[in-house]
Every structure is written in structure tokens, then in C-alpha cells.
Design a protein around this ligand. Structure first.
Ligand code: NAG
Ligand code: NAG
Ligand code: NAG
Length: 306
């Protein structure tokens, strides 16, 4: 007896639920797109069937898969929401069928499936919608290794760009031809969930190309940005060559020149010694130190003369 009552009750509940659901529908955009750090809107609108007259919304909730707390809850006049969320309609009221959710500053973690539940005086319903987030990849940076890379030495260029979702990097030659030796693209994640793509192109010394372009493509395969780098055609190496040529010419000149100077200097010292001896003779011994120096010089002179 009890089980029959229970069955009847269950049927009644299911029936009433079924009929009330048919009066109220929530039409949600199945796929929404949001830009990183911009506002995103999850579009859902209530549709009432013709029989419903002057309906009023009693409860609206927005929840997200994987998040326990309700993002937004309207319950009989009271609206509560987490800081980052609100109704998209600025002055929403319980007659407004547009129950779209606004995310104020979209983060990568906001990507996912959302559920909107509506309970009205004419029935209730539930529907789901999804948000995908994109962050446009920025102009790549190219970091040479070594810093002063030139065409005569081995080295590498590392290209980096950050965005979401996962895209790819590709290297091109001067004439915009994709390189055959595309290096592996490494992927790192920032704490905000963005992807840092990184690709290191090895450059062999004596390479014929001087300009390299790194392009970044988004997840759909569209080019988003590019950066070119020109490897200098060994200007420093040529500079060194000129320097050594100069040394080759200058060195003998210096040697010969200094020899001449040395001879002149020796000659001059010799004649000065004669002078000083003369001065010493004339001035006498005014100062002891001077006398000492001059004495030794005088001795020197005698020695050299011997
Ligand atoms: C959910 O939304 C989709 C898209 O608007 C719609 O086709 C579907 O009927 C809705 N489901 C319910 C139960 O309202
Ligand atoms: C819902 O409201 C938002 C904000 O006013 C608006 O941008 C959007 O177009 C509305 N959606 C529909 C389906 O009317
Ligand atoms: C949305 O994101 C999911 C997970 O990243 C992905 O599998 C799906 O293809 C995306 N949808 C669109 C339309 O880009």
C-alpha cells in the first residue's frame, strides 16, 4: 500500500515537473567566447510558452562545473553573486527574461561549462552553456645567443610568444619561405594559465641567410604576429682583420721609430751629462742632494768615457 502511494506521488511529481518544464525553457548559446582580461557574456534567455500569463521569476542560479559555490543566486528579490560575476542586464528584475551572466574580467580559469537554473511561478528549467577563452598572442621576442651573434659563428635564436589556447611558432627565411628544419616548440604555462611558446633555431656559422622571421599562429592556425631578426654579416670579424693589418704596418714603423728615438735619447743624455758637469762646475755645491746626483752623473760620465 505504502509503495503504491509512493509510486503515485513520484509519478505526480514527475508529471508536474514535466508539464511545468514545458512552459518554461532557457535558450542558451551553446558556445560563448571570451577575451582574456575582457568582459565575457554567457547568453541565456527564458522562453515562456503561450499559455503563460505575466510570469514572474522566483529563483535564478548560475553555477560552474568544478566550482562548488554558486556564482550568482537570485532568490525572491535577493541577489547575491561572487565579485567577478553579475547579470549582464544592468538593472535586471524578475520580469526580465535575459538572465545572461557577465564575467567582469575573464581569466583562463573561467573556461568551462556553466549551468543556469530558473524557477518561475509557471515552472522551472535548467540549461548549460560553455565559455572558451582566448588570449591573443603578442608580437614574439627573439633572443640571440650569443648576444652579438654574427654569420661567421655558431649560435641560436630563441623566439617566444604568450597567449591562449595553445598555438604554434614557425620560422621563415628572408624570402618568407618556411624553414625545413622547424625546431620543436616548447610550451610553458604562466601562473595565469597562459601558454608561453618557445622555439630555438640553431644557426650554423657561415650560413647564407641573414634574416630570420618567427611567426606565431593561434589555435585555429591563423597568423597573429611576427618578428624578424637580422644576423649581422660578421662586421666585427672584418674589423679585427683591419686591425691586424694595421699592426703589421705599424709594428715595423714603431720598432724602427723607437730605435731612432733610443739613439737620439742616448745621444742627448750623453750631451746633457756634459752640460751638467759644466753646471756643477759653475754653480758649485749649493745643495748637497743636487751635488750627490751630479757627482754620480759625473762618475757615470767618466765611466762611459773610459
Ligand atoms: C538549451 O539551450 C539550447 C540552445 O538554445 C536549446 O536548443 C535547448 O532546447 C535548451 N534546453 C532546454 C532544456 O531548455
Ligand atoms: C542580454 O543582455 C545583454 C546586456 O544588456 C545584451 O548585450 C544581450 O544582447 C542580451 N541578450 C539577448 C538575447 O537579448
Ligand atoms: C573550447 O575549448 C575546449 C577545451 O580547450 C576545446 O576542446 C574546444 O575545441 C574549444 N571549442 C572551440 C569552439 O574552440
Amino acid at each position: 500500500m505504502a509503495s503504491v502511494t509512493f509510486l503515485l506521488l513520484t509519478l505526480a511529481v514527475l508529471n508536474s515537473a514535466g508539464s511545468s518544464q514545458s512552459f518554461v525553457k532557457i535558450h542558451c548559446k551553446t558556445q560563448n567566447f571570451g577575451q582574456y582580461e575582457q568582459q565575457s557574456r554567457l547568453d541565456c534567455v527564458i522562453h515562456y510558452s503561450k499559455e503563460v500569463e505575466d510570469p514572474e521569476i522566483v529563483v535564478v542560479t548560475w553555477s560552474r562545473e568544478g566550482v562548488e559555490e554558486l556564482l550568482l543566486k537570485y532568490n525572491q528579490g535577493k541577489l547575491r553573486s561572487l565579485l567577478e560575476y553579475s547579470f549582464a542586464e544592468p538593472s535586471w528584475n524578475n520580469k526580465n527574461v535575459n538572465v545572461s551572466l557577465l564575467i567582469h574580467k575573464t581569466a583562463v580559469k573561467d573556461e568551462g561549462d556553466y549551468t543556469c537554473y530558473v524557477f518561475t511561478d509557471s515552472g522551472f528549467n535548467i540549461n548549460q552553456t560553455r565559455l572558451n577563452v582566448t588570449a591573443k598572442y603578442g608580437v614574439p621576442t627573439i633572443q640571440p645567443q650569443p648576444q652579438d651573434i654574427d654569420l661567421s659563428t655558431d649560435g641560436s635564436l630563441t623566439c617566444k610568444s604568450t597567449g591562449y589556447p595553445k598555438g604554434r611558432l614557425s620560422w621563415f627565411d628572408k624570402d618568407n619561405k618556411p624553414r625545413l628544419d622547424q625546431p620543436e616548440v616548447k610550451v610553458l604555462k604562466t601562473e595565469n594559465g597562459l601558454f608561453i611558446l618557445s622555439s630555438t633555431l640553431k644557426i650554423q656559422g657561415g650560413s647564407a641567410f641573414s634574416q630570420y622571421t618567427c611567426k606565431v599562429f593561434n589555435a585555429r592556425g591563423d597568423e597573429e604576429a611576427e618578428k624578424s631578426f637580422t644576423v649581422q654579416n660578421k662586421p666585427s670579424a672584418e674589423g679585427h682583420g683591419q686591425d691586424s693589418n694595421m699592426i703589421l704596418i705599424v709594428a715595423p714603423v714603431l720598432v724602427v721609430g723607437s730605435l731612432i728615438l733610443l739613439v737620439l735619447l742616448l745621444y742627448k743624455i750623453g750631451s746633457q751629462r756634459d752640460h751638467q758637469v759644466v753646471i756643477h762646475m759653475e754653480e758649485g755645491d749649493d745643495q748637497e742632494t743636487e751635488g750627490d746626483v751630479q757627482e754620480s752623473l759625473t762618475t757615470g760620465k767618466y765611466n762611459s768615457n773610459i
